[in-house]
Design a binder for this molecule. Sequence first.
Ligand code: ZN
Length: 627
Amino acid sequence: MRDEKKEGILGHRPAEVHTTNHTRTKGRRVRTWLLAVLILAIYTWSLNRSNIFFQETESEPICPQEAPWQPSSKQNIPAPPSKEILAKLLSGAVQVNTTGFDDSPPVSADPGRWDAIFSPFRKYLYSAFPEVHFSPSITLERVNEHGLLYTWQGSQKDLKPIIFTAHQDVVPVDPDTLNRWDYGAFSGHIDLEKGLIYGRGASDDKASLIMLLASVTELLKAGFKPSRTIVLAFGFDEESSGTEGAPYLNKRLEELYGSHKDGKGAYMLIDEGNSVDSDMHGISVAEPAVAEKGYLDVKLSVHTPGGHSSVPPKHTSIGYLSKIISHIEDNPHKIEVKIQEDNKGGDSPALQSLLCIRDAPQLRKTGLGIALSKFAAARKHLEKVKAKSSCMKSYRIQRAAKKLQVTKKLLEKELSTSQHGVEFTTTQAVDIVYGGVKINALPEEATVLINHRIDANLDVQYVRDHLKHLVSQVANEYGLGVKAWQSEDEFVHSVKNDQFAKSHFIELQDAFHSALEPAPLTPLQGKDASPYRLLSSVIRHTYANEAKGKEGLRVVPSLMGGNTDTKSYWNLTQHLFRFAPGTLTPLPKGVRYDAGIHTVNEIVQIDSLSDGFRFYTAMMLAAQEDM
Ligand SMILES: [Zn+2]
């Protein structure tokens, strides 16, 4: 018994103990689990809270759009002439060779040379558009001989004019490439089946010029009478120096209409530029450019005493120059996203355009798309925190601003490997190099020419300083002198050996008088932006039937990497747009549009002509309503 009891006790107790222990352990485990779940829940909540601005909500439109423009009941829009007629009009213009050359003297110095090129073109315009050229409502003034200034006077003189510009000249055709053209470079060949016109200038920029005149022709025929003056201004050296055409036209236009700086000038100006794209990461967009990068060509020379090649120094001018070029290329300008924290001042157009398409099917799931989304959400969060009153407001703002910085860095990292990166930086291209004349003589001078396209947020001086800084680093390493931008007091002697540096030095200067600051930004927000809104609505009207999906075409402001004639019109109006109304019709198989610009097989799609016609016509009509 005892034993049994004992046993029993013993036998029972352990069981009892076991049960009690089991219950306690189980209870402890449950508590631990509960605690863990609680901690996890708190952690997840706090994580979500801190990450809340990394997730975008679908509620707000990514890129709000204007409603497509609608003509008033009194306005009727003339239909485009047939494709055959439009194609013939352009083909005729392409057949008149208006090649400009970089070495052209001013018109006043050699009038005959210019006359030989542009008189035949003017004659063609007279014959192709008799309604415009012989209309009593329209005057044609020749500015600096070959600049063409058409004025269709509006009935209300207090309305600022709307100006459309285009250029008559084309880039040269390299004679060595003539046999690579599918059709003659100036044949203006029409392929109705493929819907293409071939020839130099077909796209850049005669399509716009011809469609502008076609639009005016049809509006005249329809009996339209403008209340707002319509001006067409055609320069003739956009592809070369750009000093003979647009600057003179601008001077005349300022005489007539004043400058926006005095509250006068033009209502808006539309020049050639970016176009429409039926497949920008999977969506249809139009990208009127509202800003232009700056520009700078730099000549960098290394000077050394020279001598006989049998007794060379360790480095010749060419050797030093190669080291400098390597150093410059190894230290490119950084990609930088400039933050407008509250998004009130307006982002750079490059950032706006990317933010505007961040939900595009082929972009949103990529690293760049995700980075854009995070950036947008982080900024939205910062805005919210700033707007809300809370007890720890300044701390919260600080935290939100920090998060925005983190997303900015992420975005910059993604941009550095993206095709879009170039829009967020200053580019540098080492394009020309020369030095040395004889195999047994040391070169006294070696030179490189570097082309820069300057970030819209920076300026020319910044680029000069950047180069000077890099060059000085190499100079210090080798004891060379530096002479930057011709100013004597900027001559920096090497710290190591002044005598050596006087005869071995690097010289930096602007080349071709090309320095150009980035263009002023066209207003995109607030009541100042009514011209942009009007342009957007007319673009959406033009492509309403062509664009896929119920959303239609998305209008996205963009940045031009290159420069147009608009650089001459900064005083005339703040509302400068660079937009070439192309088509959303896909190209025939095997044809690449980009391939033709400024090189062999320049083409334009005939559908672009109808769309161009419809855009310009609607724009001329729409500008009448917007007072
Ligand atoms: Zn052009």
